[in-house]
Design a protein around this ligand. Structure first.
Ligand code: FES
Length: 217
């Protein structure tokens, strides 16, 4: 996503793709993160590296309100402090053992993560309904070219061929890929949802073709 359009917020995933008690990998400009939701439903984001021996925390598991590392089971609170070291059950983990965490917000069915202290809230996305996310082997410029539209100040793209039905939220990934969150303009019946999903897939193909031809590089 263009960092100057939504402050420091990155739309990392759709709320529906992160059920309670799960963890998934995600990406912000600062790098890879572990995005997780506690069993009570609160989202959290931490650096994707265990302070113990560097295992990816996105491979870990959630129990209650903590994220645990899959390797030696050290568990971390939403605030990043270490809660438990299974090999030393009687030990209160020192404060110095912490994983870096990031601010998280959920609006309009989208999970947003900020770097540092955000100066504003994420875009409200009023009237929009999250449909699905898909990954394109194309950069943002190629997607804008395929959509025939530019990113708005709110960070949204309205594809010229589908202005009535969908908006896109983009998030830059590693290796020149882009995560595309597809948002519907209001609740819709299944046939409209399916058509919107296909329109987004077709736009992705077009963007990937343009990227291959060197447009948007
Ligand atoms: S590497 Fe995470 S607990 Fe050891």
């Amino acid at each position: 996503m263009h960092s100057d359009t939504t402050g420091s917020w990155t739309p990392v995933a759709l709320s529906a793709d992160l059920p309670a008690g799960t963890v998934i990998p995600a990406r912000i400009p600062a790098g890879s993160i572990a995005l997780w939701r506690s069993e009570s439903g609160r989202p959290a984001a931490s650096a994707n590296r265990c302070p113990h021996r560097g295992m990816s925390l996105s491979h870990g598991f959630v129990r209650g309100e903590a994220l645990s590392c899959i390797y030696h089971g050290w568990s971390y609170a939403r605030a990043g402090n270490c809660l438990r070291i299974p090999a030393h059950p009687g030990l209160t983990p020192p404060e110095a053992i912490r994983v870096k965490t990031y601010p998280v917000e959920e609006t309009g069915g989208v999970i947003w993560v900020a770097m540092g202290e955000p100066s504003s809230t994420p875009p409200k996305l009023e009237g929009l309904v999250a449909l699905r996310s898909l990954t394109a082997d194309a950069g943002i410029e190629a997607i804008e070219a395929a959509a025939g539209a530019k990113t708005s100040p709110e960070g949204l793209i309205e594809p010229a061929a589908n202005t009535e039905t969908i908006c896109l939220l983009l998030s830059e990934q590693e290796g020149g890929q882009t995560l595309i969150h597809v948002l519907l303009k209001g609740e819709a019946v299944p046939t409209v949802r399916i058509a919107a999903s296909r329109a987004a897939e077709s736009l992705r193909r077009k963007a990937e073709d343009l990227q291959e031809k060197g447009i948007g590089q």
